[in-house]
Design a binder for this molecule. Structure first.
Ligand code: NAD
Length: 499
C-alpha cells in the first residue's frame, strides 16, 4: 500500500504549473485571443490550474507548424521513427509514477489504475507501433510478363485528432503512436475537462520529436475542436467521444472528403450463462470479478459492462454474490493504491449520473445497492464521487438503453441462448460485450452472435495494443490498436510499371 502526495504538497511527484499554454511547433505558445479556462481536480472539486482556451486562430497556427514539419517527418525511415517511439516509451517508463499521479489528479481515477493499466498500456502502445511500422512491408506483384505492380505506404500528411476525458493519456497515445509511426504530423485537441496531464506528458517527451510533428491546442469542442475538424488543411480526422458528436465530425469530414475514424459510445452487455455458478470455485470468482468491472474507472469506460444479462435460473443467487462483492469495492483517497474507485471526471458528469440514478428509480427499476453520491469526507467532500450502483429491471428502460458513463450496472434476465443474444443485440450500440460460460461451445457461439467489435470471453477489460478495437452500429467506424490501425493513417500508392 502507498499513498501518493497530492500535487501542491511538498513531497508530490508532480508539480503542476498554475497556467498552461498550447504546445505548437515545439514551443509553449499563449492563445491568440489571450483567454484561459479553469481546470478542476475531481478529487477535491478545486481548481488547480488554468489552461489556454483555443480558437480557430490557434488551430491555424498549429496547422502551420504541422505542415512545416510534415514533409521532413514523412521522409524519415520507419527505423528512425521506431527509435523515437521506443525512446518516448522508455522515458515514460522511467517516469511512470509521476505520470500516474498527474493523470489521477487531472481525471479523478484511482492511482492503482493509472499505475497498473493506463500508463503501462500507453507505454506499450508506443513500443507496439515502433515494432509494427518496421515489420510493415510494401507489395510487389507481376501483372503481365512485362508489367509489375508496386504498392507503397505513404503518410497521409497532417492529421487532426480529438479525444475525450476518460483516459486522457491513453486515448492520446492510441491516436498518436500509430499516426507518428506512419509518418504523419498531428494537431491534437484534448478534452477540456482533462487537458493537464497530456501537457505534463509533453513537457516530458516533447524534445524527442522534431518541432511541429505533434501540436496540442487546448480548449472547447465548439471553439477549438470544430475549427480543427472542419479544416481543409487536414487529411484525416480521428475522433473519440460521444455518438452525437461523432455524427457532427462525420458531417464536417464530408465537406473535405477526408477519412474519419470514430470511436464512440457503448452500452455493453455482459452475459452470464447458468453454468458460471459453483461453490467456492475459481471460475465463479473470476466471473463475479468480471461483473464488477462495471465500476472500473468509475464506469467511465466506453466499453463499461453497463448491462448485465443473467440466465434466470441463477439470477437471484448470482446477484446475492455480486451485490456483496460490489459493496466491498474499496472507496477512499484516489491517490491511495488500495482505493479501487475514484472520482467522476467532472461536475457535469457527476450531475448526469445522479440524474440517471433518479431516472432508474422513476422507471421502477429495483435498486440493489448504491444509488447515491459517496461523500468521502474531509478534503474530498467537494469531490465528485458516486457509490457503485446495481439496478435490476428491463432492457427497454432508459437505464439499459442510454449511456450513463458512471459506476452503474443495469441487470436483467434471459431464458435461454437465443433470448440472451436477442437482448444483448437490442441496443443502438455495438462496442464491447462479455460472455461467461464454462462451455467453449456456448461461449464461442455467443461471442460470434453478439454484434460488437470486441467480445471478451471469460474475461473483461483487457486492452492489449495488438488486438483490434472498435465499434459496430452507432459505436463507430474503423478500428484502433492492432496492425490494421496503420492503414487508417496511410495512403497506398500503386505504381504500375511496364518494362
Ligand atoms: P464528447 O463528444 O463530448 O467530447 C469529445 C471531444 O470532442 C472533446 O475533446 C470535445 O471538446 C470535442 N468536441 C465536442 N464537440 C465538438 C465539435 N462540435 N467539433 C469538434 N470537437 C468537438 O465526448 P466526452 O463526453 O468527452 O467523452 C465521453 C464519450 O466518449 C462517451 O460516449 C464514451 O463512450 C466515448 N468514448 C469512446 C471510446 C471508444 O474507443 N469507442 C473511448 C473512450 C470514450
Amino acid at each position: 500500500m502507498a499513498v501518493y502526495a497530492a500535487p501542491g504538497q511538498p513531497d508530490s511527484l508532480v508539480t503542476y504549473q498554475s497556467r498552461y499554454e498550447h504546445y505548437i511547433g515545439g514551443e509553449w505558445v499563449a492563445p491568440v485571443k489571450g483567454q484561459y479556462f479553469e481546470n478542476v481536480t475531481p478529487i477535491t472539486g478545486k481548481v488547480f490550474c488554468e489552461v489556454a482556451r483555443g480558437t480557430a486562430e490557434d488551430i491555424d497556427a498549429a496547422l502551420d507548424a504541422a505542415h512545416a514539419a510534415a514533409p521532413a517527418w514523412g521522409r524519415t525511415t520507419p527505423a528512425e521513427r521506431a527509435v523515437i517511439l521506443n525512446t518516448i516509451a522508455d522515458r515514460m517508463e522511467a517516469n511512470l509514477e509521476m505520470l500516474a499521479v498527474a493523470e489521477t489528479w487531472d481525471n479523478g481515477k484511482a492511482v492503482r489504475e493509472t499505475l497498473n493499466a493506463d500508463i503501462p498500456l500507453a507505454i506499450d502502445h508506443f513500443r507496439y507501433f515502433a515494432g509494427a511500422i518496421r515489420a510493415q512491408e510494401g507489395g510487389l506483384s507481376q501483372i503481365t510478363e512485362d508489367m509489375v505492380a508496386y504498392h507503397f505506404h505513404e503518410p497521409l500528411g497532417v492529421v487532426g485528432q480529438i479525444i475525450p476525458w476518460n483516459f486522457p493519456i491513453l486515448m492520446a497515445t492510441w491516436k498518436l503512436a500509430p499516426a507518428l509511426a506512419a509518418g504523419n504530423a498531428i494537431v491534437l485537441k484534448p478534452a477540456e475537462q482533462t487537458p493537464a496531464s497530456i501537457l505534463v506528458l509533453f513537457q516530458l517527451i516533447g524534445d524527442l520529436l522534431p518541432a511541429g510533428v505533434v501540436n496540442i491546442v487546448n480548449g472547447f469542442g465548439a471553439e477549438a475542436g470544430k475549427p480543427l475538424a472542419t479544416s481543409p488543411r487536414i487529411r484525416k480526422i480521428a475522433f473519440t467521444g460521444e455518438t452525437t458528436t461523432g455524427r457532427l465530425i462525420m458531417q464536417y469530414a464530408s465537406e473535405n472528403i477526408i477519412p474519419v475514424t470514430l470511436e464512440l459510445g457503448g452500452k455493453s452487455p455482459n452475459v452470464f450463462f447458468e453454468d458460471v455458478m459453483a461453490e467456492n470455485d475459481a471460475y465463479f470468482d473470476k466471473a463475479q470479478e468480471g461483473f464488477t468491472m462495471f465500476a472500473l474507472n468509475q464506469g467511465e469506460v466506453c466499453t463499461c459492462p453497463s448491462r448485465a444479462l443473467l440466465q434466470a435460473s441463477i439470477a437471484d443467487d448470482f446477484l446475492d454474490a455480486v451485490v456483496e462483492r460490489t459493496e466491498r469495492i474499496t472507496r477512499g483517497n484516489p491517490l491511495d493504491t488500495d482505493t479501487m474507485i475514484g472520482a467522476q471526471a467532472s461536475n457535469d458528469q457527476f450531475e448526469k449520473i445522479k440524474s440517471y440514478l433518479d431516472i432508474g428509480r422513476q422507471e421502477g427499476a429495483q435498486l440493489l445497492t448504491g444509488g447515491e453520491p459517496d461523500d468521502r469526507g474531509g478534503e474530498f467532500s467537494d469531490g465528485f464521487y458516486i457509490r457503485p450502483t446495481i439496478f435490476r429491471g428491463d432492457n427497454s428502460m432508459r437505464i439499459f438503453q442510454e449511456e450513463i458513463f458512471g459506476p452503474v450496472v443495469s441487470v436483467t434476465t434471459f431464458s435461454d441462448f437465443d433470448d440472451a443474444i436477442r437482448i444483448a443485440n437490442d441496443s443502438l450500440y455495438g462496442l464491447g460485450a462479455g460472455v461467461w460460460s464454462r462451455s467453449g461451445n456456448v461461449a464461442y457461439r455467443a461471442g460470434r452472435a453478439i454484434q460488437a467489435g470486441r467480445v471478451w470471453v471469460n474475461n473483461y477489460h483487457a486492452y492489449p495494443a495488438h488486438a483490434a478495437f472498435g465499434g459496430y452500429k452507432s459505436s463507430g467506424i474503423g478500428r484502433e490498436n492492432h496492425l490494421m490501425m496503420l492503414d487508417h493513417y496511410q495512403q497506398t500508392k500503386n505504381l504500375l510499371v511496364s518494362y
